[in-house]
Design a protein around this ligand. Structure first.
Ligand SMILES: Cc1cc2nc3c(=O)[nH]c(=O)nc-3n(C[C@H](O)[C@H](O)[C@H](O)COP(=O)(O)O)c2cc1C
Length: 451
């Protein structure tokens, strides 16, 4: 019996040979802080990205190993077989900051690999039943997210009809996922390993908005995240945000950085691009998260950002949170080291402990009740810098639908004065305002209010 994904075996073999749940309960440390995924509370910011959780057995296995946001592998509206082996080719690990270059294949996995699956899927009847099983068996405090992708009908020549059909197909999968018990949907708008529109949507902001709106209509209030690929250009990011933000709760990035894979004397995969994952894409992922957070703040779009790419330590998690992520997800390192989540939780606890004497970060987001406030509008507080010695916090308060009255009497001080004192001078009509809190740090405030 295996405890991890077997590279030498097919995707189907791995699907049918999931690890067994540990016999003894794994001790997973608490990760201090208030964490959420798209406004839903979770026990930690740690997730498994779409891919490694091939079915409910894999999902429940990783849920036991310290992960709280579990993304069920991308599914389709009809069964699709996987690309032939090799599906995972280890590559050299230098940081990839440009797409479509060539990377060198190596024999042993040292942290990075090229991924070549082609988004296979079992039949919808099978995955829908399986998600129901996962839902029924997932412990509380954890979130079940299903990754979906639309499939293009072969042979459709009319562009409008083709897009309409693709949007409908995305929406159907998303609706089925929610009906089966998913807390939310991650729509995969990026897969460098398929050349059709379903793999490249995020490069087309208007089309992305069109499909996102169709999915939103199909899933009502359930959370919706778009998974996007590598993007460096701020104007492209702004366009994508403008077209999609009315319909979504968050963005997950960076799917992969695409590259050709060379053995030295020949190109693998017939010279086609494949997605590089793991260590080699961490810098690209961090830069992209920071860029999107900057643009979201500038455009007053308080969306969740799920940081993905090359995470294998608590320090990496912190880097992503510092860059503006609300939560993170891992694929490669969790596959090669199933105990990584348990280790990361220990490391994150140590960071928190350390922070009592040093300036550090806080990152909180959630719906009102998580902060002890009643009502349904969402609130995100992102503290950019915290000094425990000076007992002050500065950063950005992003209010969506809240007014000064909601904070009345809460004791929180902005720039040295209470909300009540300041409510006439703060621009509450805006969604976002800078704050400085001199009344203790915000995480303490949140904890107090929860008790
Ligand atoms: C084995 C494997 C399968 C994957 N399958 C999918 C998938 O089906 N859908 C998807 O959106 N991303 C998929 N990905 C991409 C991951 O979700 C993630 O974006 C990428 O691996 C970067 O994270 P990492 O550096 O932690 O591996 C897959 C990655 C791996 C390693």
């Amino acid at each position: 019996m295996t405890d991890r994904y077997q590279l030498s075996q097919t995707w189907r073999w791995n699907l049918e040979n999931a690890p067994q749940l540990p016999k003894e309960k794994v001790v997973a440390e608490n990760v201090p802080g208030n964490w959420s995924w798209c406004g839903l509370s979770v026990d930690s910011p740690l997730g498994i990205a779409a891919g490694p959780l091939l079915n409910s057995r894999w999902l429940l296995y990783y849920a036991d190993l310290g992960y709280d946001i579990l993304v069920y592998k991308t599914v389709r509206s009809s069964a699709r077989e996987c690309y032939p082996l090799p599906n995972l080719v280890p590559v050299e690990g230098s940081q990839l900051l440009v797409a479509d270059t060539t990377v060198r294949a190596i024999s042993q996995m040292t942290g990075s690999w090229a991924v070549s699956f082609g988004m296979p899927s079992v039949d919808p009847e099978q995955w829908r039943r399986d998600i129901e099983f996962a839902r029924a068996n997932l412990p509380s405090g954890k979130r079940l997210v299903v990754s979906v992708v639309g499939s293009q009908m072969p042979g459709e020549a009319d562009g409008h009809r083709m897009l309409d059909q693709l949007a409908d197909d995305f929406a159907t999968c998303a609706r089925w996922a929610v009906e089966s018990g998913a807390d939310g949907v991650e729509a995969n708008f990026s897969c460098p390993n398929v050349s059709t529109a379903d793999g490249q949507l995020y490069h087309q902001p208007q089309l992305s908005g069109f499909v996102a709106e169709r999915i939103r209509a199909a899933i009502g209030d359930s959370a919706l995240v778009l998974k996007i690929g590598f993007m460096e250009d701020e104007h492209q990011a702004d366009d994508l945000l403008r077209y999609t933000s009315p319909f979504i709760n968050g963005l997950a990035m960076t799917n992969t950085v695409s590259a050709r894979v060379s053995t030295g004397d020949r190109l693998l995969f017939d010279g086609q691009l494949r997605g590089i994952c793991g260590d080699a894409i961490r810098k690209a992922g961090l830069q992209q998260v920071a860029m999107f957070r900057r643009r979201m703040d500038a455009l007053a779009m308080p969306l969740d950002l799920i940081g993905i790419g090359g995470i294998s330590s608590g320090a990496h998690v912190r880097q992503y949170l510092d860059a503006g992520a609300t939560s993170v997800a891992m694929a490669s390192s969790a596959m090669t080291d199933p105990q990584a989540g348990v280790r990361l939780r220990k490391e994150l606890k140590a960071f928190r402990h350390h922070s009592s004497t040093n300036p550090t970060w806080r990152n909180m987001s959630g719906r009102g009740p998580a902060l002890g406030l009643s009502g349904s509008p969402s609130i995100t507080i992102r503290a950019c810098s915290v000094s425990d010695q000076q007992r002050c916090v500065s950063g950005a308060l992003v209010c969506c639908g809240w007014t000064a009255e909601h904070f009345s009497g809460c004791g929180l001080r902005f720039f040295g004065r209470t909300i009540d004192e300041r409510k006439n001078s703060l621009a509450w009509s805006k969604w976002r305002t800078e704050f400085r809190c001199t009344n203790g740090d915000l995480s303490a405030f949140a904890d107090d209010k929860q008790r």
